[in-house]
Design a protein around this ligand. Structure first.
Ligand SMILES: NC(=O)c1ccc[n+]([C@@H]2O[C@H](COP(=O)([O-])OP(=O)(O)OC[C@H]3O[C@@H](n4cnc5c(N)ncnc54)[C@H](OP(=O)(O)O)[C@@H]3O)[C@@H](O)[C@H]2O)c1
Length: 233
């Protein structure tokens, strides 16, 4: 069993996701107010996005000399909603095991050091292993379901993490808040950053579930992601 996966993003009309030049006064609300309307047991982000929320302090790993087994760790803590980060080599550091009201779960590979695991233990941060060197995202979802009871997960970006889950065929629904701006920055991350070049693959197809005009000039479009057998165009 694994969770139902909804990817939620705020994008410009050209699919860009960094809002540096968009000029909105209260730019967080367009993402957050819509996200809050999607019921989920967890939100999940990539390492780059999570570093906007994790510790800004220097953490000295030489203070942690013990050998910790590379086994999943489910912290004893009361929260029932989770903040999950795909952090294969353990680059996020923590002052607490919470982001706002959500308990942090680190998704790691076995490449992380024992000292880093001891850092996570010292803050009572949960962690799971998704592979030895590379992450198996299907396995990661299964563990989130089995170990934490996560039945619906909202993937909140950035583009690389969205692209990884899309490429693995693991997104069930895509929720796009389309901002009324053209960004045009070449090389800036887009909603889905998956593969370089076209190779022999096909684009992922969607079917509209709903489309609403919000905040005057924004659109909130919710799509079902079509699996191979459902594509009949
Ligand atoms: N507009 C929006 O709705 C929205 C939402 C969220 C974020 N953002 C913005 O998006 C930007 C960040 O996006 P991004 O695409 O650069 O980064 P990202 O997706 O947040 O993080 C990418 C990193 O996550 C790890 N990762 C992701 N998938 C992986 C996989 N399958 N296997 C192993 N590691 C994986 C890697 O970490 P390592 O490099 O450590 O290996 C990778 O470099 C930020 O500016 C943020 O503010 C916008």
């Amino acid at each position: 069993m694994k969770p139902f996966v909804i990817c939620h993003m705020l994008g410009s009309v050209d699919g860009r996701i960094k809002q540096d030049i968009w000029g909105f006064k209260d730019h967080h609300k367009y993402f957050e107010e819509t996200a809050a309307k999607i019921e989920a047991d967890a939100w999940l982000v990539g390492r780059v996005t999570m570093q906007e929320f994790s510790s800004k302090e220097e953490h000295d790993l030489s203070l942690f000399p013990n050998v910790i087994a590379k086994e999943d760790f489910v912290a004893d803590q009361p929260a029932k909603v989770y903040a999950v980060v795909i952090d294969p080599s353990g680059k996020c550091f923590w002052d607490t095991n919470m982001v706002s009201t959500e308990h942090v779960i680190e998704v790691l590979t076995e490449q992380v050091s024992s000292a880093y695991l001891e850092h996570l233990h010292s803050k009572n941060v949960s962690y799971i292993f998704g592979g030895e060197k590379e992450l198996d995202l299907d396995l990661v979802l299964q563990k989130l379901y089995q170990l934490f009871g996560i039945k619906v997960v909202r993937i909140d970006g950035g583009g690389h993490v969205n692209g990884s889950f899309l490429n693995a065929g693991l997104i069930d629904e895509f929720s796009l808040v389309l901002a009324p701006v053209a960004d045009g920055t070449i090389g800036s991350p887009t909603v889905f950053e998956a593969v370089e070049g076209y190779e022999n693959r096909k684009a992922t197809q969607f079917k509209i579930k709903s489309a609403d005009r919000i905040y005057d000039d924004f659109l909130w479009i919710r799509y079902k992601v079509l699996k191979d057998l459902e594509v009949a165009r």
